[in-house]
Write a protein of this length. Structure first.
Lengths: 284, 417
């Protein structure tokens, strides 16, 4: 954003102050994440930069915490990762199917009580997690699903669907309904029309909703804390216990892996968003 | 002209109006059937359980059912002086039954919520009751412990007679019903919940303000920069947004600890002495800093999406009409961003007011919020009805904001990323 040549000096100064402020805020946002990276390669057990690391001495860096993460006996990271992925994948599928179908109904102009129903469907996203946790725990305990994978998957479907509903309704808002009518007039039944016409067009929205649902489940700790038994431990629960008891560098190794994962998800989500906007004909 | 020609008929001979209504109804049902699976799933697994919380928070049947005869006998008691033999005998009968079922521990926990000091005297009564002789239970019970001869404790039992009670809600606001049946506040030094409510509001408010102050300039920069730069900078906003909450909290724990990088930096530039490093974690500062950074993307994204739609020519027009850049900004640009400000602020405030994980990890004792208290009662004291009551008090606050949000922004206008 270059300033025009005629800009008066005091506006020029103000402009640089503004840029400095922006820089500082961006630094505040992103820098904390990058602290974790180097520290996870620390050869020592401390969570600050050793003198060796400041001198970039190769001996000060090691992979021991990554080894500990994978082979360490004390930390059931393996079990936690397995559980996290299983739960997140099932929860994502559940959320995507329920959420997409509901979004199709919601974006029909014939939908009665749209506002009220939308409010109910979105509520798990708005209600503080701790309250959701208490309520879902009461339900799962009564249904005999506490401390089971099924219970946690159902809980995460509850928390994940609002994201799918929002992203898919947003995609459908730019959807040209005449194409489904065209399909119907050519003799296609509704299911076929959905699979062949609607779904391919709204797929970017569905997938990005699914990514939100996946991350919600994968990162969720409050509700799981109420629901999980020892067998259902997940990565967030392990991190939570680790952070509460003792901040060990192994956690930083796990955190680094999680940052890499979230970067991958971010890239996918961005690509999808751009594709979706291109399809919807939004010029940016 | 006959009446038939006035009506337009479809090819089947049915009036068009009827036919259209029928089709409309069919479409309505179709649309509803699509929403139905999720709606019913949520109603059963989510909306009803929240209603269940409401029920639990006022439900007080447990004690009513444990001491049925006592409460029946107490109906004639005016509560002024010690109850008479009839009440004591009934209480003894109920109590023996509870001991047989091994449920007297539950009774003591319950009564202890109403008045401290029941735990030990119920234990003593259990031991003594084995040797009780028939008749004159008043004397015998009173001789177990002097508190059993204290009318206050009997009044406390009487207060548990109703099946429903609002006392958990009063407790959540540090109030209780005193002997005269009036609602009063507890002593000033014991008002822990009010402190927590106020602190929750305070932290949520200031986190919202900090987020706004930080997000506004960068959202503006992102919206006005050319695409190729702003996409790169957008990653700085979106990467934290997609990163695990626990990872971000962990990074703040590393940064803010006493031997941490922020403190090292302050020592390095000579702001603080090496032996006098300030405590920046396990207090309010920790909660403020970490929560602001974690919630910042939720402010930037709605602001950005509104600013993106504001044409730059408006500012130029403002300037060309003689406004200084500041005037043009304040009179033209800022009012146009108000919808985004409303959306971002409400979103951040709602999220901050219910925050649990981050305050629990970096907040210490002075930086925890009402959510942490709810979790404490769910997991440690197991007073689930109190946890439910506080949860619903928090929820009603959030719903008011949610309603406002819906009025101002419209719930269908939430944008993600």
């Amino acid at each position: 954003m270059a300033l025009p040549k005629y800009t008066e000096p005091h506006y020029r100064i103000w402009h640089y102050i503004y840029l400095t402020i922006c820089g500082a805020v961006f630094f505040f946002l992103i820098a904390p994440l990058f602290v974790i990276f180097p520290l996870s390669f620390n050869a020592e057990e401390f969570l600050s930069f050793s003198d060796g690391m400041k001198r970039l001495d190769p001996d000060a860096f090691s992979l021991r915490w990554y080894k500990d993460m994978i082979y360490g006996t004390k930390n059931p990271w393996g079990l936690a990762a397995k559980n996290s992925f299983i739960i997140a994948i099932f929860a994502t599928f559940g959320s995507v199917i329920l959420g997409t179908v509901a979004a199709l109904g919601l974006s029909s102009r014939h939908m009665p009580y749209k506002g009220l129903i939308m409010a109910v469907l979105i509520s798990p996203m708005i209600v503080p997690l701790i309250i959701s946790g208490v309520a879902i725990f009461f339900f799962m305990a009564k249904a005999g699903l506490a401390a089971t994978h099924t219970g946690i998957v159902l809980a995460h479907i509850i928390l994940g669907t609002p994201f799918v509903v929002i992203t898919v309704t947003a995609t459908l808002s730019g959807f040209d309904h005449s194409v489904t009518r065209a399909a119907a007039s050519l003799g296609s039944d509704p299911v076929n029309t959905f699979m062949k016409i609607t779904l391919p067009l709204i797929l970017p929205g569905v997938i990005s909703g699914g990514l939100f649902a996946f991350v919600t489940s994968f990162d969720e700790v409050v509700v799981v804390l109420f629901l999980a038994g020892l067998e259902n431990t997940t990565i967030p629960i392990q991190m939570w216990t680790g952070l509460r008891e003792q901040l060990s560098p192994t956690i930083l190794a796990v955190a680094t892996c999680l940052i890499i994962l979230s970067t991958l998800i971010l890239v996918t989500a961005e690509l999808l968003r751009r594709r979706s906007e291109r399809l919807r004909g939004i010029n940016r | 002209m006959s009446s038939e020609t006035k009506q337009i008929l479809t090819t089947d001979g049915i009036p068009l109006e009827v036919s259209l209504k029928k089709a409309e109804k069919k479409n309505k049902i179709k649309a509803f059937l699509l929403v139905a699976p999720l709606l019913f799933f949520l109603i059963i697994t989510y909306v009803f359980p929240i209603g269940d919380m409401l029920f639990r928070s006022i439900d007080d049947k447990m004690v009513t059912q444990m001491l049925p005869k006592t409460f029946k006998a107490m109906e004639n008691w005016d509560g002024q002086e010690l109850p008479d033999e009839e009440v004591f005998a009934a209480f003894h009968e109920d109590f023996i039954k509870l001991v047989e079922d091994k449920r007297e521990g539950k009774l003591s926990t319950q009564l202890n919520y109403t008045k401290n000091g029941f735990k030990s005297i119920i234990k003593k009564l259990r031991r003594a009751s084995k040797k009780f002789e028939e008749g004159n239970y008043k004397e015998q019970i009173m001789s177990v412990h002097k508190r059993w001869a204290d009318v206050e404790y009997w009044r406390a039992i009487q207060r548990r007679a109703p099946e429903f009670t609002g006392q958990k809600y009063l407790k959540g606001m540090d109030m209780y019903v005193n002997q005269e049946g009036k609602i009063v506040s507890v002593e000033e030094d014991r008002r822990i919940h009010r402190v927590l409510w106020l602190r929750t509001l305070e932290i949520a408010f200031f986190v919202t303000v900090f987020c706004f102050l930080m997000a506004y300039p960068i959202a503006h920069l992102l919206a006005t920069l050319p695409m190729k730069y702003s996409n790169l900078l957008m990653i700085c906003v979106l990467l934290p947004f997609w990163t695990s909450l626990l990872v971000r909290t962990a990074s703040w724990m590393i940064l803010l600890q006493q031997q941490g990088i922020v403190n090292d930096f302050f020592v390095g530039i000579g702001l603080v002495a090496d032996d006098n490093r300030p405590e920046m974690m396990y207090n309010k500062t920790g909660s403020y800093v970490a929560m602001t950074q974690i919630l910042l993307p939720f402010m930037v994204l709605p602001l950005y999406s509104v600013m993106k739609t504001i044409s730059p020519s408006l500012m130029r027009a403002g300037k060309s009409l003689g406004g200084t850049p500041f005037v043009a900004f304040w009179k033209v640009y800022f009012p146009l961003t108000i919808p985004g400000i409303g959306a971002g602020c409400l979103l951040v405030f709602i999220l901050a007011i219910g925050y649990y994980i981050t305050p629990a990890l970096v907040g210490g004792a002075s930086g925890t919020l009402i959510s942490n208290q709810i979790a404490f009662h769910m997991k440690s004291t197991l007073d689930w009805s109190f946890a439910s009551a506080m949860g619903l008090m928090l929820l009603s606050g959030v719903l008011v904001i949610y309603w406002l949000y819906n009025k101002i922004v419209g719930i269908d206008n939430i944008k993600l990323g």
